[in-house]
Design a protein around this ligand. Structure first.
Ligand code: B4P
Length: 192
């Protein structure tokens, strides 16, 4: 199996690039953001709980997210690999992922981190908010809170995978296609 984490702050292009990457490499796309939005759309108890956190720009509790990821693994038993998008977002989630993968006798091959300045991120998210209908993209204070949460809780994930020698930064500004090529180059060098 080849398992990849696409990492970066809110709006750095993880979702955009993931769609192209799964098409090229045949990996299963696991976006916790998409899974949570599906639960919200279906008005499940999990979705109703998650919405109250997401609307404030906060993270959904670890136990909820990890349980959801575990269930997703069970649905994709024959996968040749996973692309993790927006997960893990806390040190506890990173540890849970490592042990879920260890049970499958596999591990994370690489963590590719999209680097984008905060001003560019705010611009992209407010712009997406005009058409996405996402309540966490329309209010600048909520967007800034998402960055604060990223600094407080999610940078620990980078530290975790840097210590394991698996972390690589990718310049995340420029055209979607140029960034895609830079990511593919990094993946191809890990696969060979
Ligand atoms: P996510 O759904 O993961 O998404 P995101 O961080 O908002 O955006 P992403 O980086 O995927 O950006 P995109 O490609 O769309 O998270 C949403 C919320 O869910 C979190 O705040 C949290 O509350 C909750 N959540 C999710 N996972 C969780 C977890 N594991 N634990 C706890 N809570 C969790 O790009 C953004 C915009 O930029 C788009 O409009 C795109 O068109 C544009 N764009 C992309 N690339 C561009 C480029 N190169 N140039 C210009 N614009 C570009």
């Amino acid at each position: 199996m080849f398992n990849l984490i696409l990492f970066g702050p809110p709006g750095s292009g993880k979702g955009t690039q993931s769609d192209k990457l799964v098409a090229r490499y045949g990996l299963i796309h696991l976006s916790t953001g998409n899974l949570l939005r599906e639960e919200i759309a279906n008005q499940t108890p999990l979705g109703i709980e998650a919405k109250s956190f997401m609307d404030k720009g906060r993270l959904v509790p670890d136990a909820v997210v990890i349980g959801m990821v575990d269930a997703y693994f069970d649905k994709h038993k024959g996968a040749r690999g996973f692309l993790f998008d927006g997960f893990p977002r806390t040190a506890a989630q990173a540890e849970a992922l490592d042990s879920l993968l260890a049970h499958k006798n596999t591990s994370i091959a690489a963590v590719l981190a999209l680097e984008v300045t905060e001003e560019e991120l705010v611009k992209r998210l407010l712009n997406r908010g005009k058409t996405s209908g996402r309540s966490d993209d329309t209010n600048e204070a909520v967007i800034r809170n998402r960055f604060a949460v990223y600094m407080q809780e999610t940078t620990a994930v980078a530290t975790h995978y840097k210590a394991a020698g698996k972390f690589e930064a990718i310049h995340g500004e420029g055209t979607v296609d140029d960034i895609f090529e830079a990511i593919c180059k990094a993946i191809d060098s890990k696969m060979s």
